[in-house]
Design a protein around this ligand. Structure first.
Ligand code: FAD
Ligand code: SF4
Ligand code: SF4
Length: 477
């Protein structure tokens, strides 16, 4: 039955049912179940249809949230889906993994008024999952073909969103990636308990079916040059993400059993695909039966601790130098991790590692939060004499990522970068200093979010389409 809106006063916020923590610990399936149709409609009806919707302002894609919530509440799901996919290339992915508490939902006025946010992300996911089930998702079938071609380096969300948009307008698109599967960090970084892999593979298949060419296992700068790609295409998009892991030194830093988060998570995701991963088979990148210590307080650290739990670790501890209120990771993910048995050791920092060949423990020191810095964040300070050793036979470092030095790796001196190594690009068109070369996603922003990469990819695609059409019109004169 169609629902009236503004129900937030009588109807509480209800997320889709969460699977029991004990069951979650033993598999890599997603944590949240799907809404039933009535529940989605009822939750959508809580929206107060704000004249100035802050949810929309704070969504990087400016999704038309109030309108598709209203359509959902009225049971007009197909129209709701059509509207939601007009501004978002992968709504079912954003609905699953956007940190909504920092974006749309965190700024919902009924949340601010103390009634609990509208569950925007879960409804967005529900709409597109339903659209796939019902066959409402259009195949990519350009009305006319265009002769111009675009080469995209990097098959993450930034590159794929651009590929989708360009191909729908008839351009010839080739996506190059050094990995054997498309999807970037959605495939090999983010664990499947947050984003099941068939969701990503379905999008890859849709793009391939729509005529996007994939040149996988192609490491640009190693087995194909950047200049070759520029020569082959009328425009090029750099969407390579950031993969240089930040590191820590100190005594024992070179011991066995100490690994980078990206290697650990990639191995786990590959195992999920059924690939043979020697480092997992040997036990090196497998937490089963081990005391695991993860260093870091961001979302990557949360993904590592929760992966270790699922692999059957004996104990999983997370070291972070600040406290819960000051950690960068999503509070929702911290709560999920705690439910699953992860122990957080707040206000601690590693001082080194102990062991003969392989690590057996992490030396840590306790911290206190001191005076705030210029940004207002309290600076952690060491407490003298508070060092101790924590037992560990697998240590995972999740300290963040930096850009690889592309101009040097690719022999492309003209590709201007910032002092952090990220590529300089116009914030609207995403054009770089090199003619015909654009850049999107993490390689421009530094480690960011899927939803921002999608936005960049869509904008760059539109700027390229306009430039190529203009050039064709000039040539025809
Ligand atoms: P990427 O997704 O990194 O894709 C870049 C692609 O380029 C990769 O496939 C790579 O193989 C390819 N490539 C790189 N160099 C070359 C080369 N020389 N030649 C050919 N190919 C190359 N964001 C969220 O919104 N929600 C989350 O829950 C979330 N969780 C995360 C968890 C982890 C563990 C990590 C690491 C990140 C997470 N993020 C999350 C961030 C998000 O994944 C990224 O912001 C997003 O994927 C960036 O998209 P991108 O297209 O710029 O790059
Ligand atoms: Fe919220 Fe992300 Fe969806 Fe925007 S794309 S509405 S931020 S879940
Ligand atoms: Fe609805 Fe909240 Fe957005 Fe207002 S801010 S339109 S209540 S979802």
């Amino acid at each position: 039955m169609a629902q009236r809106m503004l129900k937030f006063v009588d109807l509480g916020r209800e997320m889709p049912q969460k699977r029991d923590a004990l069951a979650r610990r033993s598999d890599f399936d997603e944590v949240y179940r799907q809404y039933a149709a009535e529940k989605a409609a009822a939750q959508a009806s809580r929206c107060s249809q704000c004249g100035v919707p802050f949810c929309q302002t704070h969504c990087p894609l400016h999704n038309n949230i109030p309108d598709w919530l209203k359509l959902t509440a009225e049971g007009r799901l197909r129209e709701a889906y059509e509207l939601s996919q007009e501004t978002n290339t992968f709504p079912e992915i954003c609905g699953r993994i956007c940190p909504q508490d920092r974006l749309c939902e965190g700024n919902c006025v009924i949340e601010q008024a103390g009634h609990g946010t509208v569950t925007i992300g879960a409804i967005e996911k529900y709409l597109t999952d339903t659209a796939f089930e019902e066959g409402w998702v259009d195949a990519i079938r350009p009305v006319t073909e265009r002769p111009e071609s675009v080469g995209i380096i990097g098959a993450g969300p930034g590159g794929l969103a651009a590929a989708d948009r360009l191909r729908r307008q008839g351009f010839q698109v080739t996506v190059y990636d050094r990995y054997d599967r498309a999807g970037g960090l959605m495939t090999y970084g983010i664990p499947s308990f947050k984003l099941e892999k068939d969701v990503v593979m379905k999008r890859n298949a849709q793009l391939e079916d729509g005529g996007v060419e994939f040149a996988l296992n192609t490491d640009v700068g190693v087995n194909m040059s950047f200049d070759d790609i520029r020569e082959r295409h009328d425009a090029v998009i750099v969407a390579t993400g950031v993969y240089k892991s930040r590191d820590i030194g100190g005594p024992g830093a070179g011991l066995g059993g100490i690994h980078q988060a990206i290697d650990y998570l990639t191995a786990s995701n590959r195992v999920g695909f059924g690939d043979v991963v020697p480092e997992f088979e040997s036990g090196e990148l497998n937490a089963a039966g081990k005391d695991v210590v993860v260093i870091g307080g961001g979302d990557t650290a949360m993904d590592c601790v929760r992966t270790a739990v699922r692999q059957g670790a004996t104990s999983v501890k997370c070291l972070y130098r600040r406290d819960r209120a000051n950690m960068p990771g999503s509070q929702r993910e911290v709560a999920n991790a705690e439910e699953e048995g992860v122990e957080f050791v707040w206000r601690t920092a590693p001082k080194g590692f102990v062991g003969a060949d392989a690590v057996t423990g992490v030396r840590l020191i306790h911290m206190r939060l001191g005076a705030p810095d210029q940004t207002g964040r309290q600076t952690p300070e060491e407490i003298a004499g508070s060092e101790e050793t924590l037992k560990a036979d697998l240590v995972v470092k999740a300290l963040g990522f930096e850009a690889e030095p592309l101009p040097r790796l690719w022999g492309a001196a003209g590709l201007e970068v910032t002092r952090w190594g990220t590529v300089k690009a116009d914030f609207r068109t995403h054009a770089t200093a090199l003619p015909g070369v654009y850049a999107v996603g993490d390689i421009v922003r530094g480690a960011s979010l899927v939803v921002w990469a999608i936005r960049d990819g869509r904008e760059a695609a539109d700027a390229i389409a306009e430039a190529l059409r203009d050039a064709a019109a000039v040539a025809a004169e």
